[in-house]
Design a protein around this ligand. Structure first.
Ligand SMILES: NC(=O)C1=CN([C@@H]2O[C@H](COP(=O)(O)OP(=O)(O)OC[C@H]3O[C@@H](n4cnc5c(N)ncnc54)[C@H](OP(=O)(O)O)[C@@H]3O)[C@@H](O)[C@H]2O)C=CC1
Ligand SMILES: N[C@@H](C[C@H]1CC(C(=O)O)=NO1)C(=O)O
Length: 326
C-alpha cells in the first residue's frame, strides 16, 4: 500500500483526497496545512496536521503530493519537502520550470529521494502530446489552445496580489486562430493572437482597485503577454456566477510525410474538463504511483512526465497491461 501525504489543502488538495478514494493500492495518511489544522475538516475525515509537523512523519509517508500554488508556494515547498519525502507537484510557471527542476533535483540528490515536477495537464499531459507530435512528425507545426475555462494557476496568482480577496481567471481561445489551425493553414501566431484572459476579482474592503488591475495586467509569465480584462465583483456574485472550475483545451500537431511532403497528418489531443482541479489531481495521483515505484527501484533526483514509462502509472502489472491494453 503506497502511503500518501497532501501538502496544501485547496482545490488541488481536495481533488487529490478525492482521487485517492478511487485507488486500491494507495491510502491517504494525512493533510498538511500552513493554516491552523484545527480549523480545517477534510471531506474524507483524513487527519489534518500543521505543515511543520510533516518532517516528523517522514517514516509514515511514501510520497508527498504538493498542492500549493505555483506563483508563491511550490518554488519554496517542493525543494524543502524533498529533504524528507519523495515529492510530486504541478508547478506550471512554464518559464521557470528549468530553475524549479534544478532546485528540486539538488534537494533530491542530497536526500536520496525522487521528485516529479510539473505534473498535471499543462504542463503534463499536453507536454507529453507536444513531445509525441514532434517526435512522430518532425516536419510540422504544433499548437496548444486552452479554454474557454478557469486557469487555476492564473486564478491563484491573482489571489496572491495584496488587496485581493478572491478571483477566477478565464482563458479564452481566439476563435479565428483556432479555425485557421483546424483548416491546416499552419499560421504563425504570437501568444497574444492565440488567447485572451478575463478576470473576475473580489477586492478587499478599501483596497486600491486600480493598483490591483495594474498588478494583474502587467504580471510577467501570467498576463503581460495577453490582452486581459479585469472585472471587480462582489464575493456573492463570484460564488453565484463563478463557482465551477471547468477547463480544457487541445494540442494539435500538423505535419507531413513522404519524400516530398505529399501527405499531411493532423494529431489532435483534446481535454474537456468539468473540474480542472479534479482532473489535475487524478494525473498527480497516477504519477505519484510511478514516483513510488521508481524510487523503490533505486531512482533518485528530479523527473518530469517525459521521464516516466506509461506502465509505471497504471495499477496493473505489465503482463495484465500487455494482455488487455496493447
Ligand atoms: N500542471 C497543471 O496542469 C496544473 C497546475 N495547477 C497548479 O495548481 C496550483 C494550485 O491550484 P489550487 O489548488 O486551485 O490553488 P488554491 O488557491 O486552491 O490553493 C493553493 C494553496 O493555498 C492555500 N489555501 C487554499 N484555500 C485557502 C483559503 N481559503 N485560505 C487560505 N489559504 C488557502 C492552501 O495551502 P495551505 O493549506 O497550506 O494553507 C493551498 O495549498 C495552481 O497554482 C497551479 O499552478 C493547477 C491546475 C493544472
Ligand atoms: N496550468 C493550468 C492548466 C492549463 C490551463 C492554462 C491556461 O488557461 O492558461 N494553462 O495551462 C492551470 O493552472 O489551470
Amino acid at each position: 500500500m503506497i502511503r500518501i501525504g497532501i501538502a496544501g489543502y485547496g482545490n488541488l488538495g481536495r481533488g487529490v483526497e478525492s482521487a485517492l478514494t478511487t485507488t486500491a493500492d494507495m491510502k491517504l495518511v494525512g493533510v498538511f496545512t500552513r493554516r491552523n489544522p484545527d480549523t480545517l475538516k477534510t471531506k474524507t475525515g483524513a487527519p489534518v496536521y500543521a505543515m511543520d509537523q510533516a518532517k516528523d512523519m517522514a517514516d509514515q509517508i511514501d510520497v508527498m503530493i504538493l498542492c500549493g500554488g505555483s506563483a508563491n508556494d511550490l518554488p519554496k515547498q517542493t525543494a524543502e519537502l524533498a529533504q524528507y519525502f519523495n515529492v510530486i507537484d504541478s508547478f506550471d510557471t512554464h518559464a521557470k520550470i528549468p530553475e524549479h527542476f534544478a532546485a528540486v533535483d539538488a534537494a533530491c540528490k542530497k536526500s536520496g529521494k525522487i521528485g516529479m515536477i510539473s505534473v498535471g495537464w499543462d504542463p503534463g499531459m499536453f507536454s507529453l502530446n507536444r513531445l509525441y507530435g514532434q517526435a512522430i512528425l518532425p516536419n510540422g507545426h504544433d499548437y496548444t489552445f486552452w479554454g474557454k475555462g478557469v486557469s487555476q494557476g492564473h486564478s491563484d496568482a491573482i489571489r496572491r496580489i495584496p488587496g485581493v480577496q478572491d478571483a477566477r481567471q478565464y482563458t479564452i481561445p481566439v476563435e479565428a486562430a483556432l479555425e485557421s489551425v483546424r483548416r491546416g493553414e499552419n499560421p504563425e501566431l504570437t501568444t497574444r493572437q492565440k488567447h485572451t484572459r478575463e478576470c473576475f476579482v473580489v477586492a478587499k474592503e478599501g483596497a486600491d482597485k486600480a493598483e490591483i488591475e495594474k498588478a494583474i495586467v502587467t504580471m510577467p509569465n501570467y498576463f503581460a503577454d495577453y490582452d486581459t480584462t479585469v472585472h471587480f465583483i462582489t464575493q456573492e456574485e463570484l460564488d453565484r456566477d463563478h463557482a465551477g472550475i471547468p477547463h480544457g483545451g487541445m494540442v494539435f500537431r500538423t505535419g507531413t510525410t513522404g519524400l516530398n511532403g505529399e501527405n499531411q497528418h493532423v494529431i489532435e489531443y483534446k481535454l474537456t474538463l468539468d473540474s480542472n482541479p479534479e482532473f489535475t489531481s487524478s494525473v498527480l495521483v497516477a504519477f505519484a504511483r510511478a514516483a513510488y515505484r521508481l524510487h523503490s527501484e533505486g531512482q533518485t533526483g528530479c523527473k518530469t512526465v517525459f521521464d516516466v514509462a506509461p506502465a509505471y502509472l497504471h495499477p496493473e502489472s505489465g503482463e495484465a497491461l500487455r494482455a488487455k491494453l496493447l
